[in-house]
Design a protein around this ligand. Structure first.
Ligand code: SF4
Length: 76
């Protein structure tokens, strides 16, 4: 939930992408070596909440925003 609000605040001037773009981004993330199945922050782990191991963002809260970028430029 906190990552969702972080995404909203960070992307106040951004639009939401369409469902095809979201699905394409997610598919790319799922095949990326930086993809993590569980979200880790300091000593806390949230199971089954995918995280980017490069930028540490929650993937499902990142890929929906038009302004977001993949830190490895695998998607735009
Ligand atoms: S945002 Fe980029 S670097 Fe991160 S998991 Fe997705 S494809 Fe990989």
């Amino acid at each position: 939930m906190l990552t969702k609000w972080f995404g909203i605040v960070k992307n106040l001037d951004s639009n939401i992408v369409d469902k095809y773009t979201k699905a394409k981004r997610l598919s790319i993330c799922e095949s990326c070596p930086k993809y993590r199945k569980d979200f880790k922050l300091l000593f806390k782990t949230i199971p089954n909440k995918p995280q980017c191991g490069k930028c540490k963002c929650a993937i499902n809260d990142k890929i929906i925003w038009e302004n977001e970028k993949c830190p490895l430029k695998r998607w735009t």
